[in-house]
Design a protein around this ligand. Structure first.
Ligand SMILES: C[S@@+](CC[C@H](N)C(=O)[O-])C[C@H]1O[C@@H](n2cnc3c(N)ncnc32)[C@H](O)[C@@H]1O
Length: 229
C-alpha cells in the first residue's frame, strides 16, 4: 500500500519522537508505515475511512485493532485515560499538494479545522504529521514543531511533525531517536562503550556511579520508577 504522503521514508523520525504510551491510536492509517515499524504498545488501534485500506490490512494481518470509519467520530467517542498516544497523518490540505491526486476519502478545509481543534482538546499525547500550510501553522502555533525531509537520502519534501508535549524524558523507542541513521549508529556505539565500562566496574564503583546518575538525572529516574511500578 504505497500512499501519497505515506511515511515510508520518515517513519523512524516519527517513532523516535514518541513518548512512552500504553495505547497507540493511528487515526489515518493508509499504508501505516509508522504502525508497521513501531514497537507495539499493549493496545493499538488503526482507523481509516477507506474500506479498501481496511480490507488490505485484514488480508495481510494487522498489528492493531482495525476500525473502518471516520477519525473524528472515533476520537469523539473514545474514553481517554491519559496513557494514549494519538498519531494523525491526515490527507494533505489542497494548498500543499504538488499534483492533482485525490484520496478516495479526502478532507475539505473545514474537516482539517475540525480535526485540529479536536486533537488540540484531547487529554493525552498527540503527534500530527503534515507539511507547512497556512491552516496548520495557524492552528498549531503553540505546539512543538519538528522538521525533516521525507525523501530519505534524496532529500525531498519538508515534512513537519507537531507535538502537544515537550521533549519527552522517556521515549517509546529510544533507539530510533536521532536525525539520521549515522546519528543512531553513533549513539548505539557510545552506549555500548559505556555499558562495557559499567560492566567492568566493581560493586562499590557501580553503586557510586548509579548514585551519581540518580542525583544528576532525578526526573529520568522518577519517570522510569513510575512506569515500572
Ligand atoms: C496521508 S494518508 C496516510 C498515510 C499513512 N501514514 C502511510 O504511511 O501510508 C491519509 C489516509 O487518511 C484516510 N482518510 C481520509 N479521510 C479520513 C477520515 N475522515 N477518517 C479516517 N481516515 C481518513 C485516507 O483513506 C488515507 O488512507
Amino acid at each position: 500500500m504505497a500512499y501519497v504522503g505515506g511515511k515510508g521514508n520518515c517513519f523512524t523520525r516519527v517513532i523516535g519522537a514518541m513518548p512512552r504510551h500504553t495505547v497507540y491510536i493511528e487515526t489515518h492509517l493508509g499504508g501505516g508505515a509508522v504502525m508497521r515499524a513501531k514497537r507495539p504498545a499493549p493496545r493499538q488501534i488503526g482507523i481509516d475511512a477507506d474500506e479498501r485500506v481496511i480490507a488490505c490490512w485484514r488480508e495481510r494481518g494487522a498489528p492493531c485493532e482495525l476500525v473502518h470509519g471516520d477519525a473524528i467520530a472515533f476520537l469523539k467517542q473514545f474514553q481517554f485515560t491519559g496513557g494514549e498516544l494519538v498519531y494523525a497523518d491526515p490527507p494533505y490540505p489542497a494548498e500543499v499538494r504538488s499534483g492533482s491526486y485525490r484520496y478516495r476519502h479526502d478532507y475539505r478545509e473545514e474537516d482539517h479545522a475540525e480535526l485540529l481543534e479536536l486533537l488540540a482538546s484531547l487529554s493525552c499525547h498527540v503527534l500530527i504529521s503534515g507539511q507547512p500550510s497556512r491552516l496548520y501553522n495557524e492552528k498549531l502555533i503553540a505546539w512543538r514543531c519538528m522538521e525533516f525531509g521525507s525523501g530519505g537520502r534524496r532529500g525531498g519534501r519538508r515534512e513537519l511533525l507537531w507535538a502537544n508535549f515537550s521533549e519527552p524524558l522517556t521515549l517509546h523507542e529510544p533507539a530510533k531517536a536521532g536525525a539520521t541513521f549515522r546519528d543512531r549508529e553513533r549513539s548505539k556505539r557510545r552506549l555500548s562503550t559505556i555499558q562495557r565500562k559499567v560492566e567492568r566496574m566493581g560493586a562499590a564503583e557501580r553503586t557510586l556511579f548509579v548514585e551519581w546518575l540518580a542525583a544528576t538525572y532525578p526526573g529520568h529516574v522518577k519517570r522510569l520508577e513510575n512506569e515500572i511500578a
